[in-house]
Design a protein around this ligand. Structure first.
Ligand SMILES: NC(=O)c1ccc[n+]([C@@H]2O[C@H](COP(=O)([O-])OP(=O)(O)OC[C@H]3O[C@@H](n4cnc5c(N)ncnc54)[C@H](O)[C@@H]3O)[C@@H](O)[C@H]2O)c1
Length: 367
C-alpha cells in the first residue's frame, strides 16, 4: 500500500525531502506541495517535474488531500503550529526537520501530542544514512569492539545546528539507550541571537543508562581538524569499547580498530558530505514507509530518540547555568534555557576573526 503524503516548505531542505519521497515510488504518493515563496515552488516543480497540485496554504492542502503523512520542512520557529495542524487533520505520520523545537517545553509537548494522537513522528537526523556513519554503526552494533564504554562527539558548528544531530547519532550508536545525568559548560553570546540559537561553545558529559560516558563538544573551540571549506563537516563521532573503537565524520571518513583489523587502524574515505547529502533522504523515507507498515520497525529517527537528545542538550545548558549535575529527564518545569543564557552569559573576547557571518577562516566564522 502506498502512503499518501504532502510537503510544506520547499527551500533547500524541502527539495531534498521531496526527492527522498519521490525516490520511493512504490511506497509514497505525493498529493500536494506548498510554500509561501513562489520561487521555491517553481524551482521544486521544475526540478522534479511535479504534477500534483500546488496549494496556497498548508491547511488548504491538508483539507483538500486528507493525506496519511504530513511533511513540513521549515525554520525552527514553525514546529508546534504545524504539529497541531497535522493533528487537527488526523494525519497518521509527521516528518519534520531538526531542531525538533525551540525549547524543551515545546519538544516535550510535541512528543506528547504525537503519542496521544497515535502519530508516528520522525525528525530529520538523516546524516546517519551516510555510508561512513553506517559502517561505524555496523561495527559498533556487531559487538566486535564490545559494549560502548566511551562515546566522544565534537563538532565546530554550534549546538542547535549540528549538536542536535550528533547527540542523536551518539544515542543511536549506543543502541538507543539514553542519559541518566549530565554536567555542562557553556559560553559565548554571538550565536544566542542566531535563527538557530546556541551559546558559541558547549562542552559536557552525559552518563548513559548502560554506563557508557558521552563527551560532547560543540562550537568554536571544538577541535579544528579540517580546512575552512569543511567547516560544517568538521566533526567526529567515536565509540570506544573494551576491544577497540570506530569513528565517523560527515566529511566521508571513518575508521575501525578492532580484533579483526589485527593491530591496525583501517581508514575509509567515502564521498564527501556534499556529494552524499541529497541521497540520505531516500533511505530515511524507505525506513519511514517500513515503520508506517509495521509497528515493530520503529524508525531510527523516531521522535523519542530526538527528545532524548534534546533533553541532553537542555540539561547541559541548565547545568552550565546553575553549576549543578542535572538528572535526565530534567525535573520540574522546562525553563527557556536560551533566554536564561542571554540574561546570564557575559560578553567576552574572541580569537581574531570570529564574528557572526557567512564564511570561515581557520575554522572560525568570519564576515
Ligand atoms: N537535516 C539536515 O541535515 C539539515 C540541514 C540544513 C538545515 N536543516 C534544517 O532544515 C530546516 C529548514 O532549513 P532550509 O535550509 O530548508 O531553509 P530554507 O530557508 O532554504 O527553506 C525554508 C522554506 O520554508 C518556507 N516557509 C516559510 N514559512 C513557511 C510556512 N509557514 N509554511 C511552509 N513553508 C514556509 C520558505 O519560503 C522557504 O522556502 C531548518 O530547521 C534547518 O535547521 C536540516
Amino acid at each position: 500500500m502506498k502512503h499518501t503524503v504532502v510537503v510544506a516548505g520547499l527551500g533547500n531542505r524541502g527539495k531534498i525531502h521531496v526527492k527522498g519521497i519521490l525516490e520511493n515510488p512504490g511506497r509514497f504518493e505525493l498529493l500536494g506541495v506548498y510554500d509561501p515563496s513562489a520561487e521555491a515552488v517553481k524551482k521544486t516543480v521544475e526540478r522534479f517535474n511535479i504534477t500534483c497540485p500546488v496549494f496556497s496554504s498548508a491547511e488548504e492542502m491538508l483539507v483538500k488531500t486528507k493525506p496519511g503523512i504530513f511533511v513540513f520542512v521549515t525554520h525552527p520557529e514553525i514546529r508546534m503550529e504545524y504539529i497541531k495542524l497535522g493533528i487537527k487533520h488526523k494525519v497518521k505520520g509527521i516528518s519534520f526537520e531538526k531542531p525538533m523545537a525551540v525549547s524543551l517545553a515545546d519538544a516535550r509537548e510535541i512528543t506528547s501530542l504525537c503519542h496521544e494522537n497515535g502519530i508516528k513522528a520522525i525528525v530529520s537526523h538523516q546524516q546517519k544514512y551516510m555510508k561512513q556513519m553506517q559502517q561505524m554503526y555496523a561495527c559498533v552494533r556487531s559487538g566486535i569492539i564490545g559494549e560502548p564504554e566511551l562515546i566522544r562527539i565534537f563538532m565546530r558548528p554550534w549546538a542547535s545546528q549540528l549538536g542536535t544531530h550528533f547527540v542523536d547519532y551518539a544515542l543511536w550508536a549506543n543502541g538507543g539507550v539514553g542519559a541518566e545525568w549530565v554536567v555542562g559548560h557553556a559560553h559565548g553570546r554571538v550565536k544566542l541571537t542566531d535563527d538557530h540559537p546556541s551559546p558559541d561553545y558547549l562542552f559536557g558529559e552525559a552518563r548513559l543508562k548502560n554506563g557508557a560516558t558521552l563527551i560532547i563538544e560543540s562550537g568554536y573551540l571544538a577541535p579544528f581538524t579540517m580546512s575552512d571549506e569543511e567547516f560544517w563537516c568538521n566533526n567526529r563521532l567515536t565509540v570506544y569499547g573494551p576491544h577497540g573503537y570506530a569513528w565517523a565524520e560527515t566529511n566521508g571518513r571513518c575508521a575501525v580498530f578492532s580484533p579483526e583489523t589485527k593491530g591496525k587502524v583501517e581508514l575509509y574515505q567515502y564521498p564527501k558530505f556534499w556529494e552524499q547529502q541529497e541521497d540520505t533522504q531516500t533511505p530515511y523515507y524507505t525506513e519511514y514507509a517500513d515503520w508506517m507498515d509495521d509497528d515493530g520497525k520503529q524508525h531510527s529517527c523516531n521522535i523519542d530518540i530526538s527528545l532524548g537528545g534534546f533533553e541532553i542538550i537542555e540539561g547541559l545548558y541548565k547545568s552550565a547555568l546553575e553549576n549543578t549535575r542535572v538528572d535526565i529527564p530534567l525535573e520540574g518545569g522546562a525553563p527557556d534555557a536560551i533566554a536564561e543564557l542571554k540574561r546570564i552569559l557575559p560578553e567576552q573576547s574572541y580569537p581574531e576573526g570570529f564574528k557572526d557571518g557567512g564564511f570561515y577562516k581557520n575554522g572560525l566564522q568570519v564576515k
